[in-house]
Design a protein around this ligand. Structure first.
Ligand code: ZN
Ligand code: ZN
Ligand code: FE
Length: 738
């Protein structure tokens, strides 16, 4: 008799709602294995029984042929005595305790669905909500777990017979795909005027929307995680109008193109950038624009040579491009600084002064998300905003910690993270917690976590800054609260992602972060391990004249630095004699002049010298403008050096006054920053970690990577800016425990 074997598997990871059970089912059918598969509280349980060779094939194929959205984080296998199963079946899960299974992010349209969408003989030809187990919405439609249709915003739509039979067939690509529908049984599209009147429905609505965009209107469209504002990206007038209506003078807009060829005509694009743009994640990728005359309006990204581009990611967007003549500006529909709008009624109330019409549909967006934003440093991805397609993100960690931990992140570009049962789960990008709407989203996101995972924190971890909204909220919870220094958290997040242990040199440069000494930090060299850090060097502090006022009115930063150098200040354009006198008094008497060691702010001062406008209108503007002025044919650098534990740089502003020419100043400045990074990294001769908003500067990063002799790390999965802080905070707590 040929001997048969029996194995039990316990698998954790992203294995629910992604076609994992039918995948196991068809593997077992193909290889004559009997037993069962079921979803349980932590993931999936499988028992298989059959010939030893077939079990081995199963073991290999489990990883090799894994469905595109599935991810195995943990697998435990146990041999059991032969049982004698007669069939292989998908067993019903115990829905009572599927509280810890991970929810997958929303995914863009897959290849199979796209071909069906374009196939005139297919029953879902041109169906704008086509999806399957391998693609479509997840996070945006789920109200609670387990992830079953009644718990999603698809629950009001009763499947027609054809859809139901696909849903019930384990060998079908749409087996248990919760959002499936067709033109007969799915949601309805509606083009509406701002007073809510329905003008057209379904494909006609899309065609009319495209015609409005082609004619130069500003419209809104409900996408996957919220509404976008859209207009023709080649029409100067409409983009200027959008800027005026949105009160957004210069911040760049992302552009959606109908296909990759059109992107290639406008931008330099590498193999990895192309892969990323066309991947299922479909993020916005920041690309360098081609020098030649562009067809895009110059008002899309004034003064800078980068542009954020992306491709259609839902069938709705694909459909829209069938009727559009040009690429479009597609930007999150919101009031400046507030979260993306997800509801048509809300949109018509809040944005009726901005757009003229909107495309709505009657499936509710439960959880919002923005577009994710990435860029590439050579072949490595650098994460700038982790949201649609990527978040919620989960990581399995080794830890003996049995507590449930909440990390509330920082203040700007906030995101939160939780830890429970060896899982870390990171929320999508929430936003700047400056306004009520963003703070409400912060609380809503936490409630969602609580509901999905039965999560109630035993302990909270946050930033050291006493006036961050996240810190204040955490302090009011009456729970143990631990505060982690901002820049240390930046470095820890990268150590977490790259699993770095032992000592590293952490270089954290950003706009602002609360230091241990109560001053503002942001030009930090920290010798770190997982449990502690030492501030081994930092940029020589300067004074922020008038505190916060300096951050918006950047000529004050230059003025302050010139005062430090004994200058009168008349070198700085834009002040009259009276203002200058007043600010000198402020400087001399140190009235409301916090100390600051931030490299981000130095970019502001340099931008002033390069002749840019004195008011920055968005975070990171100075950095992008200086990067745009960079000229690779200039090889010089200013002399920034280490003295004791202070980085001396102030003298270079005198040289800049002498250099005058913006390209020369910008280039030498970026080169000198790269030099000091390399100098410090070589001095310590250990792995070096880069984090903080300043390192979103691709030119600076590329020069550092070219000159690097140590191993350098930066985050590819977690945001390099303050969006990654919550993960660093969690890592601080989890590292202390073991
Ligand atoms: Zn699909
Ligand atoms: Zn149907
Ligand atoms: Fe920061």
């Amino acid at each position: 008799m040929i001997s048969k074997v029996r194995f039990k598997y316990r698998i954790e990871g992203i294995v629910q709602g992604v076609g994992f059970r039918p995948f196991v089912y068809s593997l077992c059918m193909k290889h004559e294995l009997k037993g069962y598969v079921l979803n349980n509280s932590l993931g999936v349980e499988i028992e298989i029984e059959g010939l030893k060779d077939n079990v081995e094939i199963f073991n290999d194929l489990l990883y090799v042929e894994l469905p595109p959205l599935a991810r195995i984080d943990f697998l435990e296998k146990e041999e059991l005595p032969f049982f004698g199963y007669s069939i292989f079946e998908i067993r019903k899960s115990d829905s009572q305790n599927s509280k810890y299974s991970l929810i997958s992010p929303d995914m863009s349209l897959c290849h199979d669905c796209l071909s069906e969408f374009n196939d005139i003989t297919n029953r879902r030809y041109h169906y704008f909500f086509i999806n399957c187990t391998n693609c479509g919405p997840r996070y945006s439609i789920v109200k609670t777990v387990p992830y079953d249709r009644p718990n999603t915003s698809m629950s009001p739509f009763v499947m027609c017979e054809a859809c139901q039979s696909e849903y019930d067939n384990p060998l079908n690509r749409r087996y248990h795909a919760q959002p499936i529908s067709c033109a007969k049984c799915g949601p309805t599209l509606m083009l509406k005027s701002m007073d809510g009147q329905v003008i057209a429905t379904n494909e006609d609505a899309i065609a009319r929307l495209a015609a409005l965009i082609n004619a130069g209107c500003i419209v809104a469209m409900k996408g996957m995680g919220g509404f976008h504002l859209m207009c023709d990206a080649q029409n100067d007038n409409v983009i200027c109008l959008l800027r005026t209506r949105k009160n957004r003078p210069t911040k760049p807009f992302a552009v959606m193109f109908g296909n990759i060829e059109n992107i290639e005509n406008e931008c330099h694009i590498s193999v990895v950038e192309k892969e990323s743009l066309t991947s299922l994640l479909r993020p916005i990728v920041l690309l360098k624009r081609k020098e030649k005359k562009s067809k895009l309006s110059a008002h899309i990204a004034p003064h800078i040579d980068r542009i954020g581009v992306f491709l259609p990611y839902t069938p709705l967007h694909v459909m829209l491009f069938k009727y559009l003549k040009n690429p479009i500006v597609a930007t999150s529909a919101n009031q400046s600084g507030e979260p993306i709008i997800t509801d048509g009624k809300h949109l018509s109330e809040r944005l009726n002064h901005i757009c003229d019409f909107y495309l709505d549909y009657n499936r509710e967006i439960i959880n919002s998300s923005d577009d994710s934003v990435v860029q590439f440093i050579d072949t490595k991805m650098l994460m700038m905003r982790s949201s649609r397609g990527i978040a919620p993100q989960s990581f399995r960690v080794k830890s003996n910690d049995t507590r449930k931990i909440l990390a509330v992140g920082a203040h700007q570009k906030n995101a939160i993270a939780i830890y429970l049962y060896n899982q870390v789960i990171l929320s999508p990008y929430i936003g700047d917690l400056d306004n009520l709407a963003s703070f409400e989203l912060f609380e809503k996101t936490l409630d969602m976590f609580k509901k999905f995972y039965d999560f109630e924190p035993d302990i909270i971890v946050g930033d050291l800054h006493p006036s961050y909204a996240s810190t204040k909220w955490a302090k009011a919870q009456n729970k143990p609260f631990i505060q982690v220094q901002h820049h240390y958290a930046h470095i820890l997040s990268v150590m977490f992602e790259h699993k770095l242990q032992g000592e590293v040199l952490g270089i954290a440069w950003d706009g602002t972060g609360y230091g241990d000494d109560g001053t503002i930090w942001g030009g930090e060299f920290l010798l770190c391990n997982e449990t502690s850090y030492e501030r081994v060097a930092y940029f020589e502090p300067f004074f922020l004249l008038g505190g916060e006022a300096s951050i918006k009115d950047i000529k004050r930063i230059l003025l302050s630095l010139l005062f430090d150098l004994g200058k009168s200040g008349c070198e700085v354009e834009g002040f009259d004699a009276k203002q200058l006198k007043l600010l000198k008094q402020v400087y001399d008497k140190k009235i409301n002049t916090p100390q600051c060691s931030s490299v981000g702010r130095l970019f502001d001062a340099v931008a002033m010298l390069c002749g840019v406008s004195e008011h920055v209108s968005y975070d990171g503007e100075s950095g992008l403008i200086i990067e745009g002025l960079y000229d690779a044919s200039i090889s010089g650098a200013y002399d920034i050096f280490l003295e004791g534990n202070i980085i001396r740089y102030k003298h270079i502003f005198l040289e800049m006054l002498h250099d005058k020419e913006p390209h020369l100043i910008a280039t030498k400045f970026i080169n000198s920053l790269a030099n000091i990074v390399i100098l410090m990294s070589n001095k310590y001769g250990i792995d070096t970690v880069l984090a903080g908003g300043v390192f979103q500067n691709r030119t600076l990063m590329e020069i550092i990577m070219q000159k690097a002799s140590q191993s350098f790390y930066f985050p590819s999965q977690l945001a390099i800016n303050d969006g990654g802080i919550c993960m660093g905070q969690l890592h601080a707590i989890l590292s202390k425990e073991d």
